[in-house]
Design a protein. Sequence first.
Lengths: 98, 639
Amino acid sequence: MTTHYLVLSGLLFAIGAMGVLIRRNAIVVFMCVELMLNACNLAFVAFARQNGNLEGQIIAFFVMVVAAAEVVVGLAIIVTIFRTRRSASVDDANLLKY
Amino acid sequence: MESPAEIVQHTAGGMIGASWLMIAFPLLGAAILLILGRMTNRWGHLLGVAMSLASFVVAVLTFLELIGLPADQRRQAVRLYEFIPGMVDMGLLIDPLSISFALLITGVGSLIHIYSIGYMAHDPERRRFFSYLNLFVAAMLLLVLAHNYVGLFIGWEGVGLASYLLIGFWQFKPSAAVAAKKAFIVNRVGDFGLLVGMFIILATFHTLTFSDLGAQIAKSPPSGGAITAIGLLLLLGACGKSAQLPLQSWLLDAMEGPTPVSALIHAATMVTAGVYLVVRSGAFFFPPDSAQALAVSIVGAATLLAGAIIGCAKDDIKKGLAGSTMSQIGYMMLGAGLGPVGYAFAIGHLITHGFFKADMFLGAGSVMHAMNDEVDMRKYGGLRKFMPLTFVTFFVGYLAIIGFPLLSGYFTKDGIIETAVHHQPILGWLAVLGAGITGFYMSRMVFMTFFGEKRWEKDAHPHESPAVMTWPLILLSIGAVFLGGYLILSNRLMDFLAPAVGAPPLSERPEFDPFSTAGLATLALVAVGAGFAWVRYGRAEVPAVAPRGSFLTTFARRDLFGDALNESLFMRPGQWLTRFAVYFDNRGVDGLVNGLAAGIGGTSGRLRRIQTGFARTYALSILFGAALLAGALLLVGNI
């Protein structure tokens, strides 16, 4: 039973990772990051169910709290970048380099 | 064999207790003249002379007090202060040997100070000259009066410094500047020997004080390799200071200094410091047939011949006299190497040589003064009528040095020769030969300068020197006449020095024998040499330009190729070494360091291209990194 959850979790994680790597739009990249976090949450909860304790579920809540905080900061940054550069592409924001 | 008397600690005060004034006066003079500088220009030379004379007075009074003591009390150690805590107490040793030197240094030194007033009258830097002369007198007195090797070494270096400053006194002349540096550097070689010798003494006997050393050596006579090493290293020091083979090359160049300097430092006193060192360290050159004592004699005999041969070919009057100085110090070394039987003659010759050689150097200075500083004897000639006083005093010095009967050199040099013939026959007969050559080259000098036709430059107007220059000449030539006979006849000097340096037992002390084989042979050879010089340079015309001469002449003119030898043996390899070091530094060390820096710079220049600024590239590398870590952990099976 747990295996199915884990396979789903792995797939979601892979999709999220691929999205982070290949998409340019910052909003989409951001959503993909959320997807990766939630893939992890699924794995935690699945393991918690298999082991019959609560630690995994508690961690999942923590991840959600962190993700919520991240959304606040991340969206603010994206909006600010969009305002100054008139673009939400992560490739355009490449000033910090050699 | 009568061994030296024990050194007693002096407690009574008096003149011996105040003998440090001897050093303090000239040191004070030098300090005043150097610190106050140009303010003292007007009276500086008078202060210099006064300080030197004051030192002489102290020396005479100390001498009088010393001879008032019984013979076995005549080695008085005066403690001054603690110099190196627990190791060296600075102190003076007043004994017959040191006081003889002190009298010579301050006496002849004062006369040369007085002479310099006239000789340097037209030099704008006369005050500086006198400050250096005073510094020299102070250092030389410390050298001979010090009660331990540390004090001796300080004086030894002090006279080296004064010699350097005075040879290079006219430093605007490149030749003088180079000669000063050469003297300093060659002397460093000798000083190294002396220093290492002192280290071995300290390691072997745990003291550097003469009285403690004397007590230890008297308790258990030393033997073995350490003593031989000490002796040979001290000999190396003596060779450097006294211009003995193989460290002789600096003395001829040192003639670039003003003539009074040549007379005082490079004839009468400083260059004899090596003889003093050997005689003072007699215990390390004992017994007289030991290797180190034999080495002293051999060095002396070789140098007396080398100096004489060099003297034969020099046309520069001062360099001729310098060759002669080398040769005469060779005699002293030969005598000093023979042990207590030769000490009195070596010191006697040293004292009389101080007088007649200073006399001749100052005479040469007087001639140069009259001839617009010309030193080439081929441009002199016939000067005896124009400078009668200089001629007479120079001639007296000349007779004394060639050993004309009843003059100073006759007694002292003959003493060395006869003692040497008796104890080291081969070296002794070489010394006889050297005396013959001395007769030739000194006669050549006198004939070329004072006799024959005038060969002057057109603007030369020779005149007699002022009284301030001629009086020292007269006083020195009086010493050159009488001193030798006074010191040597009835062994006066030997008896006087016996408490300090030892002497043969009373029954075996040599009687002066005017008709010994060696003595007669010496006189005959000297006569032959002088006669030959008369034929070549007195009767015959002296060419104004030096003829090319045979190989032997070139050999002597070029100082027996001493400079060439030093150059090819030491200077060139040294240059190669420095060139290699420079190459190694530029290419090796610098190459390594610069290469490393360039490598790191280049690598980082390329590596920084990784920072593209594309967030997705970083994300990819993070992913790969995480995958790699996870894979590695899986592989080692730690999960």
